[in-house]
Design a protein around this ligand. Structure first.
Ligand code: MN
Length: 198
């Protein structure tokens, strides 16, 4: 059985940028629902229940067809959100340092230009989806709860949820304001560690 992971910080910890109300709903309700529906789907495939979610969604062909879409959507949702909570911190924001900073500067010209490119991708997503920074420092997007690992891709270094449930309570339709605020809580320490491991 999959379970909802605890946050490393309180629901109110990102308050100036992402409100307690959003965090309560996003983590406590939306993410919980992905977990619950993934567990429900896997009741039809008990041999898959003990596999890591990464393995399930990176090899969807191995999932029985009747539950494949459910595992794709809810397994993807569980995986993506588990990462997303780690990608934010009340001590976040600012700029990365060290090897990650140098690599981003080399690829994008400056940290600001990287942020601009990432924000542009996030704003360009039609409907619900995610923007991701990959280990090769490319920026990719996925629709719905699809994830870069689904097509044999590498695990992302960073990801931004641009579903309306992630921002509408605070920012209504102004996705750009949400993206601008989100940079203030990005956990660059986590991103740098993932870059080193990759
Ligand atoms: Mn979400």
């Amino acid at each position: 059985m999959f379970t909802l992971p605890d946050l490393d910080y309180g629901y109110d910890a990102l308050g100036k940028y992402i409100s307690k109300d959003i965090m309560e709903l996003h983590h406590g309700k939306h993410h919980q629902t992905y977990v619950d529906k993934l567990n429900t789907a896997l009741q039809q495939a008990t041999d898959l229940q003990n596999k890591p979610v990464t393995e399930l969604i990176s090899n969807l062909e191995a999932v029985p067809e009747p539950i494949r879409t459910a595992v794709r959507n809810h397994g993807g949702g569980h995986y993506n959100h588990t990462l997303f909570w780690k990608f934010m911190s009340p001590d976040g924001g600012g700029e990365p340092s060290g090897a990650l900073a140098e690599a981003l500067q080399k690829k994008y010209g400056s940290f600001q230009e990287f942020m601009d490119a990432f924000s542009e991708k996030a704003l360009g997503i039609f409907g619900s989806g995610w923007a991701w920074l990959q280990p090769d420092l490319s920026i990719v997007t996925t629709a719905n709860q699809d994830s870069p690992v689904m097509n044999g891709g590498a695990a992302p270094l960073l990801g931004l949820d641009v579903w309306e449930h992630a921002y509408y309570l605070d920012y209504t339709y102004k996705r750009g304001d949400y993206v601008n605020a989100w940079w203030h809580v990005v956990n660059w320490q986590e991103v740098a560690e993932r870059f080193q491991l990759a």
